[in-house]
Design a protein. Structure first.
Length: 158
């Protein structure tokens, strides 16, 4: 479906949807204004907020994928008898999603240690809940290096 292209005129702001009424229409209109060089007509305040939110969204998404990755690596490591294709698929999907985000936003790489520290406690709690294994089974801190988490060839052994 083609993007709506608002007509750029002297008072272009009046011809596009308000930010609070239609976010997609507002975004398309502001993109057209930027492309047309009508910078004075751009809704700069909301545009800045959206750009900041985009960065936050990418961080949250990467944290979520890392958490899912760590959860399945913990289960893989500590329940070797239950290893199966679905766990392997979950690990592969989480690694691919994390790699895609890092390829698109390499500035997130330095944040990986903090994102892993943030995601690991939930991954550990979920591993405890899903496996029923004793709490002492799972390390308090993430047992995997960043390089291991992102390495398609890394599969922890028990």
């Amino acid at each position: 479906m083609p993007r709506p292209q608002p007509i750029v005129q002297d008072d272009a702001r009046a011809s596009y949807p308000a930010y609070d009424d239609d976010l997609v229409g507002w975004a398309a209109a502001n993109a057209a204004l930027l492309r047309a060089g009508c910078l004075s007509q751009v809704d700069a305040l909301h545009l800045a907020e959206e750009l900041e939110d985009l960065g936050k969204s990418e961080r949250r998404s990467l944290t979520s994928h890392l958490g899912n990755l760590m959860l399945h690596l913990l289960k893989w490591q500590f329940q070797p008898g239950l290893r199966g294709p679905s766990w392997r698929l979950s690990v592969n999907n989480a690694r691919a999603a994390a790699a895609e985000i890092l390829d698109d936003s390499p500035s997130l790489r330095p944040a990986l240690p903090a994102l892993i520290d943030k995601a690991y406690p939930l991954a550990r709690r979920n591993a405890l809940a899903e496996t029923g294994l004793p709490e002492a089974t799972f390390p308090q801190d993430c047992p995997y290096a960043i390089e291991q988490l992102l390495d398609d060839g890394f599969w922890p052994e028990s």
